[in-house]
Design a protein. Structure first.
Length: 265
């Protein structure tokens, strides 16, 4: 059995299938770990959702910001952006079934030494703490007030974590950290406006993973979200968004031995 962690698919189904062929992925034997952002930007988001949901337990998927955007669209909480590619999903006869499946995906998956998440963990969160906080937001997403939860996710404030946070602000910080974060200030405030590479970090900020005393360093974080960072590995981190949809590559890493597989755009 092998576990293949794969970067942001963003509706690029054909490239995804070519990458699986390169990996010799067998759904009866192997497992996929997908870092979120299954949909949007690319032309085949519907095909991605149908295929990944059909894999059942062979695919472990965490939610990304584009996945949450799709759920907001379906709930009527956002207008479609001019450049989104989600209309085929919204018009599909199995839309409700697919989005019910999507809403049931976790924000975080912890297994052994690995943490699978879309964007990252705030520097002060251990993996067990992050897992408990993810469960709070996941319960809200699948509960009776799911639409209120999605509505109150919109925004970037509060921009930092405090244990005393309550209500929608508490959940917004949790979800923003897991699905939108790239840079933080020295006191661990998230800076959402910055999307460039680490060497273009806004003054006074660091990539979330670069904090010297990051509390999750005893786990390896497997993430995506940051195409300007690209495929990047260091001790305790495997970053997999290598920007296929922007002309880069679609990347997979076999976790058991670290072998890398890539499909160029």
């Amino acid at each position: 059995m092998a576990t293949y962690a794969i970067g942001d698919l963003q509706g690029c189904y054909s490239a995804f299938r070519r990458l699986l062929d390169q990996c010799a992925f067998d759904p009866m034997r192997d497992r996929l770990w997908l870092v979120g952002d299954l949909v949007n930007r690319g032309p085949e988001s519907l095909e991605v959702l149908r295929f990944v949901s059909s894999l059942g337990a062979a695919a472990t998927v965490v939610l990304g910001n584009h996945d949450l955007y799709l759920l907001m669209l379906r709930a009527g909480l956002k207008r479609r952006a001019e450049d989104d590619t989600l209309l085929p999903i919204l018009a599909a006869p199995d839309c409700d079934e697919l989005l019910h499946w999507l809403a049931g995906r976790p924000l975080l998956h912890v297994e052994g030494q690995y943490v699978l998440v879309h964007a990252g963990l705030l520097p002060q969160w251990t993996a067990p703490r992050a897992q408990a906080l993810a469960a709070e937001a996941e319960d809200a997403l699948t509960g009776r007030d799911a639409e209120k939860f999605l509505l109150h996710l919109i925004g970037s404030r509060p921009d930092h974590w405090e244990d005393s946070l309550k209500g929608w602000g508490r959940l917004r910080v949790i979800v923003n950290a897991f699905t939108r974060m790239r840079f933080c200030t020295g006191d661990a405030r998230m800076v959402m406006r910055a999307k460039g590479p680490p060497d273009k970090a806004p003054e006074g900020t660091l990539p979330w993973f670069a904090f010297p005393r990051r509390a999750s360093r005893n786990h390896t974080i497997v993430c995506g979200h940051w195409s300007a960072l690209g495929f990047y590995r260091e001790e305790g981190l495997i970053a997999l968004d290598s920007g296929y949809v922007w002309g880069g590559q679609l990347t997979a890493v076999r976790l058991e031995d670290g072998e890398v597989f890539q499909i160029p755009a």
